[in-house]
Design a protein around this ligand. Structure first.
Ligand SMILES: Nc1ncnc2c1ncn2[C@@H]1O[C@H](COP(=O)(O)OP(=O)(O)OP(=O)(O)O)[C@@H](O)[C@H]1O
Ligand SMILES: [Mg+2]
Length: 258
């Protein structure tokens, strides 16, 4: 579904964020990207919906070269790809429901969206998405009154409401305590399994990565230094990615209860 064909990205200041990435992600795969700070994890993820633009190579989304798309097709592409951030990126003063409905904007005419006119179907679907992450009862609460874990679930519901083919998540659980981090990862895993939505997720904690990933991509200095199943990760892999042995800080720990 997502193919990186010799993709490189050089930032305007000359820094090479990605170097010759070759990667094929089939539909429905749960991919976790790991690497040191500055390795290029965010750059790789953001390339997929062109929040940053690769400078070389071809990046195919469902066979279409996204780097050659016109504005209209790029907008349609972004509608198909949900995005989740570490800091949730919610409109804090708006209600949970309104935040989730904003995921429907790609399907709403400009006039209706200016007037905040959502159809009954959109409302109903937004409520269903909230239900899937277990927080339908928070629909009318202001987003910033929710806990971190709940806010991240709102952002998952917002991504879901786009009816995406893929969800990209940049450190989605880095601000959460271990049990909540596991709970949010389980929500993402369930959505991946039930809806066959492709997931590409950056994570810091190596144990969390190995627990949830079908496949792990290791980046170092913009290069892909590992691509394999979680079960194929060894201590040597870890050294190849991080340049050192595993430390306590690399682990998030067990989930007990939320
Ligand atoms: N807009 C930019 N202009 C120049 N260099 C950039 C820009 N954005 C990122 N970089 C550089 O590209 C490299 C990769 O950055 P990126 O944010 O992808 O790393 P990361 O693996 O996500 O790190 P972290 O774990 O800290 O989030 C870094 O060296 C960073 O300084
Ligand atoms: Mg990053």
């Amino acid at each position: 579904m997502i193919t990186f064909d010799n993709v490189s990205l050089t930032y305007p200041n000359g820094h090479q964020g990605l170097k010759n990435i070759n990667l094929e992600i089939p539909k429905g795969e749960f991919v976790v990207v790991v690497g040191l700070s500055g390795a290029g994890k965010s750059t790789l993820i953001r390339s997929i919906n062109q929040m940053v633009r690769p400078t070389e190579g071809r990046l195919l989304i469902e066979e279409e070269d996204s780097l050659a798309m016109n504005t209209k097709n790029l907008r349609l592409l972004r509608r198909d790809i949900g995005m989740i951030f570490q800091n949730y990126n919610l409109v804090k003063r708006s209600s949970v429901l309104r935040n989730v409905l904003s995921g429907r904007l790609g399907y709403t005419s400009t006039l209706k969206s200016i007037l905040n006119l959502f159809s009954k179907e959109d409302l109903q679907y937004a409520m269903e998405c909230l239900d899937r992450v277990g927080i339908q009862d928070k629909a009318y609460q202001r987003a910033d009154t929710l806990s971190g874990g709940q806010q991240q679930r709102v952002s998952i519901a917002r991504a879901l409401s786009q009816k995406p083919k893929a969800i990209l998540a940049d450190e989605p659980v880095a601000s959460l305590d271990p049990p909540t981090a596991h709970a949010v990862m389980q929500d993402l895993q369930q959505i991946n399994k039930e809806d066959q939505i492709t997931m590409v997720i950056n994570l810091h904690a190596i144990d969390l990565s190995m627990e949830y990933a079908d496949r792990i991509i290791g980046l170092r200095d913009g290069e892909m230094v590992f691509d394999g199943k979680a079960s194929e990760v060894t201590e040597q892999t870890f050294e190849d990615i991080y340049g050192r042995a595993i430390k306590e800080d690399d682990l998030i720990g067990e989930a007990e209860s939320e």
